[in-house]
Structure formats: C-alpha cells, structure tokens
Design a protein around this ligand. Structure first.
Ligand SMILES: [Zn+2]
Ligand SMILES: [Zn+2]
Length: 265
C-alpha cells in the first residue's frame, strides 16, 4: 500500500491510497480541476481513480464531488447522513456506495473500516485502511488511520490508531494563536475549540502520548489552521513526544503542501 497527501487544511483535504488493485481518494475537498493537477504531480490522474471515501460533508472535504461527475467510474463511499448532506448541494447523483458507520468492508484488496468522531457535521467519521495479509512476506498486513476533523479523541479513536503503521491526524490550532486571533468572532472560536470542533496541537500531543504505539512508523500532522497555527507552534508542541516516539517519523503538512508517496511495507 502506498499513500500520499495531496493537500490538507481548511482550503481543502484529499489523499491518495494505492494498492495493487485499487486507487482511492480519501476526501475530495478540492475542485476536480485542482485534484487533477495535484494527482498529476504524483504521476496519477482522475481517470485511474476507482473511488472516493468521504469523512463528512464539509466543503473542505467534499467540494470536489460535483466536478467528479465527468469521471463516472469513481464510486463515492459515505454513510447515509453524509451522502444526503452532500447530495443536497449537487446537480447530479454520484455512484453512491453507502456504508454503516462502525462497520468494515472490502473494496477490492483494501479493507475499509469507519469510526464515528465528534465533529460538527451530520455523521463524521475517520477511516482505517488495511491491505495485505498476516505472514505474507511480499504483501504484509499494513494499516493507515485517517482522523482529520474531531473535537476530542474518544476511546474508539485510541483503539483504532494503536495497530496502524501510519497515522494521519489533525493538529489544527494553537490555543494561544486562536485566542489572540482578531478575525474570528468569539462564537467561531468556541466552535473550533469545542468538543465537536478541531483538535489543538496540545490535544493531539495528548492523544499520541496516551496511545504511544510501538507499531507507528510515521505520523502526519494535518489540517493546520493558516492563521491560528504555524509549523513553529506544532514543532514546539511535539518536541517532547518526538523523543519518546523515536522509532516513528513525524511529518507536518502545512496548507498548500502535498507529500511524496510513503510506502507501507
Ligand atoms: Zn469538518
Ligand atoms: Zn476539515
């Protein structure tokens, strides 16, 4: 299984997971044109994408679904509430594939599991993607967890990320920068920092410190707020835990940045 992040932040989120038999996007929060450009930079194209897995209906995760109608082979996986919310803003009907939150299913050679997360959307989820088999030397079992929008991390998130080699998690804001921000009204600040908003740098550090799995090989810190976070603030918040989790690499993904492919092997 190979994985790269095409972009992450309030201006759009999307990632690509490639296995032997499947090419799927996780979220499609950019226009189809922008997705095409981003895929081109990693040698891929929308013609070759088989499916999109949606975490929730917010525009920074689902804005590209409208433009993907030009690619009818792309199936769109979401739970019922998310599909209804996205569909209400569309002119066409995508090839919806409805899943139950908390369940697991196979898409080709990719095992997909969804997990409820606390966020101010209809029925937001995180995902765990697994490919390969136990004991297979050439295609060992490997998992990746994806949790980008959540106000706090309940126990099910702890359990999910423990057994993964790669964890993608948001590190959305620095509480001090959010508090001092003059552009956001008080109500929005409350929403962001609330139990159904986004994880602060400190909340993400606490989550990772609480689980601290020896299986982790790479952690992507994503969905950084442009105004209320910075690479320096994230570096500072994670300095201590980097030493503890020293078999694991950290990758900070800033807005407007994409990552090279990472091979889970
Ligand atoms: Zn959201
Ligand atoms: Zn988001």
């Amino acid at each position: 299984m190979r994985f790269c992040i095409l972009g992450s932040g309030s201006s759009g989120n999307a990632a690509l997971v490639v296995t032997e038999n499947a090419r799927v996007l996780v979220d499609a929060g950019f226009s189809a044109r922008k997705l095409a450009t981003l895929l081109d930079t990693v040698g891929e194209s929308l013609d070759r994408i088989d499916a999109v897995f949606l975490t929730h209906e917010h525009g920074d995760h689902a804005a590209g679904i409208e433009g993907l109608k030009k690619f009818p082979q792309i199936r769109v996986f979401a739970n019922d509430a998310t599909a209804r919310a996205v569909q209400s803003g569309l002119d066409h009907r995508p090839a919806w594939q409805i899943f139950q939150t908390g369940g697991r299913f196979l898409f080709r050679d990719l095992l997909v599991e969804s997990f409820a997360v606390p966020h101010d959307a209809q029925e937001p989820v995180g995902f765990r993607f697994t490919s390969g088999h136990d004991g297979d030397l050439f295609a060992p079992r490997r998992s990746l967890a994806w949790f980008t929008d959540l106000g706090h991390a309940p126990q099910n998130v702890h359990e999910c990320i423990r057994e993964c080699e790669v964890v993608v998690v948001e590190s959305n804001h620095c509480p001090d920068l959010l508090k001092n921000d003059t552009r956001r009204p008080w109500s929005l600040k409350q929403r962001i920092s609330g139990r159904h908003g986004h994880l602060s740098n400190l909340a993400t550090v606490e989550l990772l410190a609480a689980v601290a799995s020896p299986r982790w090989r790479r952690i992507y810190l994503t969905h950084l707020s442009r105004e209320c976070n910075s690479r320096a603030a994230v570096e500072l918040a994670f300095a201590a835990i980097r030493g503890t989790l020293n078999t694991c690499e950290f990758s900070i993904v800033e807005q407007g940045q994409s990552t090279p492919f990472y091979e889970l092997c």
